[in-house]
Design a protein around this ligand. Structure first.
Ligand code: HEC
Ligand code: HEC
Ligand code: HEC
Length: 128
């Protein structure tokens, strides 16, 4: 009644099929890839440590806006003595001048769309 050979072959085929993605990934080293960001070429450090920037740049921008607009505190000094203006277009986008391949690339990947550019100037053109 039972055909042991066929059952085992069937099970084997089934096993191979359901594990194809695993083999495929192992063979191609495929991973869910984070977006490739274009970092500024002329600078090595951001205004705060990178990990902090990644996680909290929106809060930093909010603080800058409030300080600049409400208290007219428009400058801040980094620990190394460098002075920056608290400005979205004049500071962040001066270093990160390739908005498309930096801010936008990450935001698109994460489906975030800041409305800042309704008013603030964004750099145009294919600068890299
Ligand atoms: C409705 C228009 C509008 C929108 C939208 C807007 N801003 Fe502004 N923002 C202004 C104006 C006006 C000033 C005051 C400009 C000044 O005094 O230099 C300002 C100032 C600022 C400043 C300080 C000055 C400077 O040069 O940047 C920051 C930082 C800032 N905004 C961040 C943001 C961020 C971040 C967003 C998006 C989350 C945003 N703003 C959205 C109108 C806007
Ligand atoms: C002096 C140039 C400079 C300024 C000004 C600057 N950045 Fe950066 N930023 C950098 C550099 C360089 C890196 C990458 C640092 C590294 O490789 O660790 C970076 C990293 C970042 C990251 C993390 C990227 C990642 O790899 O996840 C974010 C987010 C960011 N910046 C946003 C901003 C915002 C928002 C502003 C304005 C408030 C700003 N930056 C101002 C140079 C700058
Ligand atoms: C490494 C990824 C990454 C990069 C690079 C990045 N952002 Fe963001 N940004 C995020 C994430 C994630 C959020 C949403 C956080 C949340 O919703 O809590 C965000 C949110 C924001 C917000 C607040 C939007 C809102 O509606 O609340 C602003 C403003 C902003 N980013 C500005 C910038 C600017 C300007 C740059 C380029 C200089 C930049 N970001 C680069 C990941 C990134």
């Amino acid at each position: 009644m039972y055909d042991g050979g066929k059952i085992i072959t069937g099970l084997l085929v089934f096993l191979i099929l359901v594990t194809v993605p695993v083999w495929f990934n192992a063979a191609t080293h495929a991973q869910a890839r984070a977006p490739q960001l274009k970092l500024p070429e002329g600078a090595t450090a951001c205004v705060e440590p990178t990990a902090e920037m990644r996680a909290t740049h929106m809060e930093l921008l909010n603080r800058w806006r409030n300080a600049a607009v409400r208290s007219d505190e428009r400058f801040f000094t980094m620990p190394d003595g460098k002075v920056y203006e608290k400005s979205l277009s004049l500071t962040c986008l001066k270093c990160h001048d390739n908005k498309e391949e930096f801010c936008d690339r990450c935001h698109n990947y994460l489906a975030v769309s800041p409305y800042c550019w309704d008013c603030h100037v964004e750099p145009k053109g294919g600068r890299s």
